[in-house]
Write a protein that binds this ligand. Structure first.
Ligand SMILES: [Zn+2]
Ligand SMILES: [Zn+2]
Length: 126
């Protein structure tokens, strides 16, 4: 993973399906913070006597999040105009990741899932 802008926490590789990205919340809804102990997986693992042991996270009890409410994205940078290449490909101006606008796992319609950058697609034939 490239860390061109290390001050942004790359917490999302893909979007959570149960989170609504709307105009009302500027595509940045408030959610329960990922559990810092298990990093939102709900499980911990360790190697003990050469055996990998997996168990339910004791901090969040397997719920995968802490009790703290936080913005889904840390990124509150202004919207950036980005030219769309053929096929709907776009390069994120924040994290330089390439993705297509039809990929709703990584594009909310306004923000890039990986870094939360707001993007206004310009031109293109998509
Ligand atoms: Zn946990
Ligand atoms: Zn990005």
């Amino acid at each position: 993973m490239r860390l061109d802008r290390p001050f942004i926490k790359f917490r999302h590789l893909t979007l959570d399906r149960d989170v609504a990205f709307t105009d009302a919340n500027d595509h940045n809804p408030t959610v329960f913070e990922d559990c810092p102990s298990c990093r939102g997986t709900g499980r911990r693992g360790e190697v003990r006597e050469n055996e990998h042991i997996s168990y339910v996270c004791g901090v969040c009890g397997g719920s995968r999040h802490s009790q703290q409410r936080v913005p889904y994205f840390d990124n509150d940078a202004p919207t950036v105009d980005v030219a769309v290449a053929s096929g709907g490909w776009i390069t994120c101006p924040c994290c330089r990741w390439r993705f297509t606008l039809s990929d709703h796992r990584v594009w909310t319609g306004r923000r890039h899932a990986r870094c939360g950058q707001k993007i206004r697609p310009v031109g293109g034939d998509a």
